[in-house]
Design a binder for this molecule. Structure first.
Ligand SMILES: Nc1ncnc2c1ncn2[C@@H]1O[C@H](COP(=O)(O)OP(=O)(O)O)[C@@H](O)[C@H]1O
Ligand SMILES: [Mg+2]
Length: 334
């Protein structure tokens, strides 16, 4: 049974337009979510008889984009195949609407989980970060930078973290007919890297590592490193401020883990080969029973549907980001 909500008259009109635009290929049931760039609808692929999520770019955004360029750019993302990446099935333009189609993921987003739980058990936070890092390592090796890593774009399916919206931010930026202003910049201020804030043209995978650092920081402490009254204030802090220590909020976080998160959040990609984007180095601390014991003793019941052991425990976020510099090999201390 399709589930979701129908909205008021104005939005139903948009739904009706989408229904008409894709009627040959998809049925569209209802809105299931909305973000800064798009509205997401639940639908069915009529030919393949599978449930899909159809993401419709906000019409006011779509009118500022070169359609062909957008659809060409988005194809890069369609080539990504990885167990921690939500694939792209289809994309198109019809009746003045720009949309793309992906599998419908039934699980909740990391945002939903954080809203419910505040912070997460350390081992769950690390496992989720490791899974996202695997997806990033793969995408970066294929020349795709996500540019909008944040809890809303991490969805759980059968206990695994899946990254969604790969390539979308890049496609919107590249297809934009006007240079994007700070206000119109693609990305989410609380997770934007300093080089993204300063609108560097040459973003590379290290920018995603910074955003993942913000996400892991939030999973561990319940709050992003930098908040502020306006988007501009948050972005200014990303450029200028010192990251508040994690262990003053949560002493159970191992020192090595804190150091690795701080390395991921180092102000400058220039300073960082340290902010590496590949997940290859192995960190024994990830699988350390001591870390697992510690996180259990941190007093939270695990909400992970999947045990830490079933993750690729050698593939460690902080090993990747900080390597030997953090002294990862040594047992963490609280
Ligand atoms: N493939 C999907 N399957 C199920 N729900 C989705 C899917 N993609 C997005 N959503 C839901 O739609 C919401 C809005 O998505 P989006 O437009 O990408 O904005 P944002 O990422 O900023 O939340 C998400 O937060 C999520 O709840
Ligand atoms: Mg999204």
């Amino acid at each position: 049974m399709l589930r979701g909500r129908l909205y008021d008259g104005g939005l139903t009109t948009l739904l009706a337009r989408l229904q008409a635009a894709v009627a040959d290929d998809y049925s569209v049931a209802c809105e299931i979510g909305r973000g800064g760039m798009a509205t997401v609808y639940l639908g069915d692929d009529l030919k393949l008889e599978r449930r899909v999520a159809i993401k419709l770019l906000h019409p006011q955004l779509a009118t500022g984009l070169g359609v062909e360029r957008f659809l060409r750019e988005i194809k890069t993302a369609a080539g990504l195949t990885h167990p921690h990446i939500v694939p792209l099935f289809d994309s198109g333009e019809s009746g003045g609407l720009l949309f793309y189609v992906m599998p419908y993921i039934e699980g909740e987003t990391l945002r939903g989980l954080l809203t419910r739980e505040g912070s997460l058990p350390i081992e769950d936070a690390v496992r989720i970060a490791c899974e996202v890092l695997e997806a990033l390592g793969y995408a970066h090796a294929h020349g795709v930078v996500h540019r909008d890593i944040k809890p809303e774009n991490i969805i759980f399916s059968a206990g695994r973290a899946l990254v969604t919206d790969f390539g979308i931010a890049r496609a919107v930026t590249a297809a934009s007919l006007e240079p994007l202003t700070i206000d119109g910049a693609v990305g989410t201020p609380a997770y934007m890297s300093p080089e993204q804030v300063s609108q560097s043209l040459q973003l590379d995978g290290r920018s995603d590592i910074y955003s993942l650092g913000c996400t892991l920081y939030e999973m561990l402490t319940g709050s992003v490193p930098f908040t502020g009254p306006t988007a501009q204030a948050v972005m200014a802090r990303q450029l200028l401020d010192v990251v508040p220590p994690i262990r003053s909020v949560r002493p159970a976080v191992p020192h090595a883990l804190e150091q690795a998160v701080l390395t991921a959040l180092s102000i400058s990609a220039r300073a960082s080969p340290k902010r590496s984007s590949t997940p290859s180095p192995i960190c024994p601390a990830c699988a350390s029973p001591r870390v697992r014991r510690r996180s259990r003793s941190a007093g939270r019941a695990s909400i992970s549907p999947r045990s830490a052991r079933s993750s690729k425990s050698g593939r460690c976020w902080w090993g990747a980001c900080a390597g030997r510099a953090t002294g990862c090999e040594s047992a963490p201390s609280s």
